[in-house]
Design a protein around this ligand. Structure first.
Ligand code: ADE
Length: 346
């Protein structure tokens, strides 16, 4: 998450699940072996073949792009790829690469076979993207030195490397950039409740806390099908139980999560504010994303990236050509009467 958004959220005090805070705990609970990585079976199976074959041919694997909502394990997969290939991984992000020189310095310092992980690659600017193309394709970096008539291009040869990139916004990746991920473009899916429960049990073990089965399912059912959220909730519930001098039971977990403003379906106050606006101010929609964002003094991008994927997954909102609409399931959840389908203005 960009720092500007984080500050914004901090000022408003509303984005209770702060991406930055949550991300910092990822490392401790992040699986370090493929066998410990729960879920995303199809992606794991494909990667096993891709990496295995490259290893046998003694080649660096081809470039890989992961996309999907935040918190589903894109970075974790990148780390596991580095482990599997026995390579070093250099980590950077789209917003951190501001100038062509930044990229040049990162890439020319790679050792043969290294993994370069670029998070939030959708935020890379166009000029840098164009320098990246030949680097991905032919292992060469074209750099323009000087300006005007005396400008000249030098070509630096690069060591073979694998670019692993991640984005929450696949639509913002240009077609030419997409086409260079010859190893594959993988979409991470939301996790099943069962998988989230397994992750919670594993994390509790790592944290050294006892957790009752009822508490595991209570956390899982509010975790938005997302491991990062599940782990964050587990930690907050552990704190709560510790201060109450009690065990991690179903009851305690429900209290702790209620206190965080997370409801039974895992909706946060900002999710509920979105649904309220659509249902109460705009008669259930359809209403444009820009209008929703303006009504909430929120950024469109934030709503699209952090709130909508889960609301869509739950079937609480629908995207129509004329904007977003709330479904009857959302109305009922928010304490409103469902509307007969013929009255819906979709
Ligand atoms: N922690 C976070 N994501 C995980 C996953 N997919 N499997 C196991 N532990 C995790």
């Amino acid at each position: 998450m960009s720092s500007d958004k984080t500050n914004n959220a901090g000022e408003r005090g509303e984005r209770e699940i702060n991406e930055k805070d949550i991300r910092s705990l990822d490392t401790a609970l992040r699986p370090e072996r493929w066998d410990d990585y729960i879920g995303q079976k199809q992606i794991k199976d494909n990667l096993r073949v891709l990496l295995g074959a490259a290893k046998e041919r003694k080649h660096a694997p081809e470039h890989i792009l992961f996309y999907g909502p935040p918190g589903l394990g894109k970075t974790t997969l990148a780390h596991l790829i580095a482990k599997e290939t026995g390579a070093q991984m250099k980590v950077t992000s789209g917003p951190a690469i501001e100038k062509v020189g930044d990229l040049a310095s990162i890439i020319t310092n790679l050792s043969p076979g290294d993994i370069l992980f670029i998070d939030e690659i959708h935020r890379l600017n166009k000029t840098i993207e164009e320098v990246l193309y030949p680097a991905m394709e032919s292992g060469a970096l074209d750099i323009i030195i000087g300006k005007g008539p005396s400008a000249r291009t030098i070509q630096l040869e690069l060591p073979p490397f694998t670019l692993v990139a991640a984005t929450t916004r696949i639509a913002m990746i240009s077609a030419p950039l997409r086409s260079r991920f010859s190893g594959g473009i993988f979409r991470l899916e939301f996790y099943s409740d069962k998988e989230i429960e397994e992750i919670i049990r594993r994390s509790a073990k790592i944290l050294g806390v006892e957790i009752e089965e009822g508490a595991v399912s209570e956390i899982a059912s509010r975790s938005r099908f997302t491991p990062r959220t599940a782990n964050y909730f587990l930690k907050r519930c552990r704190d709560f139980a510790q201060m109450e001098r009690t065990a991690l039971s179903n009851d305690i977990v429900a209290k702790a999560l209620d206190m965080l403003g997370i409801d039974k379906r895992g909706l946060s106050p900002s999710d509920r504010a979105i649904l309220s606006v659509v249902i109460e101010k705009f008669a259930g929609g359809p209403v444009g994303l820009g209008t929703i964002a303006a009504a909430l003094s929120e950024e469109e991008e934030t709503i699209e990236e952090f709130n909508e994927p889960y609301l869509l997954q739950l079937g609480f909102i629908e995207r129509t050509p004329r904007g977003r609409s709330a479904t009857n399931a959302a109305r009922v959840h928010m304490g409103h009467k469902p509307v007969p389908s013929e009255q819906k203005l979709i």
